[in-house]
Design a protein around this ligand. Structure first.
Ligand SMILES: *Cc1c(COP(=O)(O)O)cnc(C)c1O
Length: 402
């Protein structure tokens, strides 16, 4: 029997491996072996970073911005972030209330490292983004899921939040528009949950990474617009990964009370130091240049969303909430659970996504990864042709189940 020499930390063992990456790895292996895989599993825009942003990154390298910067990011970029908050929302932040991090994901990581003590509970509305619960756990906290109802378009439900809250609740996640559902939280729900947070002193972590990518006529409701008095207990998480198609540049940012940002800077100073210097200059160009890029992308996504949702809804037994933002559809396939193909029973979302991959050569992400096993996530940040072909294959695969 082989015995590993190096034992692993308990904190690693409590974190599940990412099912997103597992599907991706299998899809890549099949593709490498020559299979004609249609990939709907990727969580990034199918647009290139705008040319003026790339130019700014190259220019930064040529001008020698290749050394360490201030840990929370170059002051110009933090100023530009403050400016955007003022222009886009009317919010007042100063640069000591801003941290630039190595992607939005790392900003979230810093937040929980800075505020949680062992046993602190964090409310996580589910379906949730895959990384939320592990980030809480890695900081010693306990994620507590708050189930959202598909029939209510996955809106936040204040009654369920109240039922899940305890004396140990320290924080709540808001992600609107949401990954994976594309849903937007209503003003009414935000107000009710915001009042609870005010009374009980919870930290609100508002992940606004998809805020510029909506399909609504009316403005996106935001917790700080609904209850501005929450500013002292809210951290805004945002970044350029989605809005400017800059996932590989790794620039995200957080805004919140100065003492919390200072604590997050301490964590960042002892882990990554500053985010990549040239990438900060590219992000500066993105945030200070023309702001129409996210709109151009969402205009391209809109007909794809409309086709995807109506085609999914036309399948017997399948339901799909129409996403108000982001670029994912999250259909419910649970009516097909319990059916079989060639004697193999499909019991859950992992088996369903696996079946789509094997039989339809369609890569998706099982809902279990997002804490919602009835569903499977597809990204529509891909071409209309791919979506049409993918839907044909999905319909055929579902029809083959008995
Ligand atoms: C993509 C994404 C982020 C941030 O991603 P980074 O690439 O780390 O900037 C944050 N939250 C959600 C919900 C996302 O989908």
């Amino acid at each position: 029997m082989s015995q590993e020499v190096i034992a692993l930390a308990d904190r690693v063992l409590q974190i599940p491996p990412s099912p997103t990456l597992a599907v991706n790895a299998k899809a890549k292996a099949l593709k490498a072996a020559g299979a004609d895989i249609l990939n709907f599993s990727v969580g990034e825009p199918d647009f290139d970073t705008p040319a003026h942003v790339c130019e700014a990154g190259k220019k930064a390298i040529d001008e020698g911005h290749t050394r360490y910067t201030a840990v929370p990011g170059i002051p110009e970029l933090r100023e530009a972030i403050c400016h955007r908050f003022r222009e886009d929302h009317g919010w007042d932040y100063t640069i000591d209330e801003i941290q630039v991090s190595c992607g939005g994901k790392h900003g979230l990581y810093n937040i929980f490292q800075a505020v949680l003590n062992p046993g602190d509970e964090v409310l996580v509305p589910a379906p949730y983004w895959v990384s939320y619960p592990p980030m809480v756990q890695l900081a010693g906290g306990v994620p507590v899921t708050v189930d959202l109802d598909e029939k209510a378009d996955f809106d936040l439900n204040p009654d369920v939040v109240a039922a899940k809250a305890t004396d140990r609740t320290r924080a709540i996640f808001l992600n609107s528009p949401s990954n994976p559902t594309g849903s937007v939280f209503s003003r009414k729900a935000l107000e009710a949950v915001g009042k609870m947070a005010l009374e009980r002193g919870w930290l609100i972590v508002s992940d606004d990474i998809y805020e510029t990518m909506t399909y609504m006529d009316e403005p996106l409701p935001h917790i700080l617009d609904v209850l501005p008095e929450l500013k002292e207990q809210t951290i805004i998480l945002n970044g350029v990964s989605k809005s400017f198609a800059m996932t590989g540049w790794r620039i995200g940012y957080s805004a919140g009370p100065a003492h919390v940002i200072k604590a997050m800077n301490k964590i960042q100073s002892q882990s990554t130091s500053n985010p990549c210097a040239p990438a900060q200059y590219a992000a500066l160009a993105a945030l200070t240049g023309p702001q129409d890029f996210p709109r151009t992308m969402t205009e391209a996504f809109l007909p794809r969303r409309d086709f995807f949702v109506s085609d999914l809804e036309s399948i017997p037994g399948v339901s799909c909430v129409n996403p108000k933002g982001a670029f994912y559809v999250f259909p419910n396939f649970s009516a097909y659970y319990g059916k079989s193909f060639k004697g193999k029973k499909i019991e859950d979302s992992v088996a369903m996504a696996d079946y789509f991959l094997d039989e339809a050569q369609v890569a998706s992400v099982p809902g279990a990864a997002f804490g919602a096993d009835a569903f499977v996530r597809f990204s529509f940040a891909t071409s209309m042709e791919v979506i049409k072909e993918g839907m044909e294959r999905i319909k055929k695969a579902l029809a083959a189940l008995a």
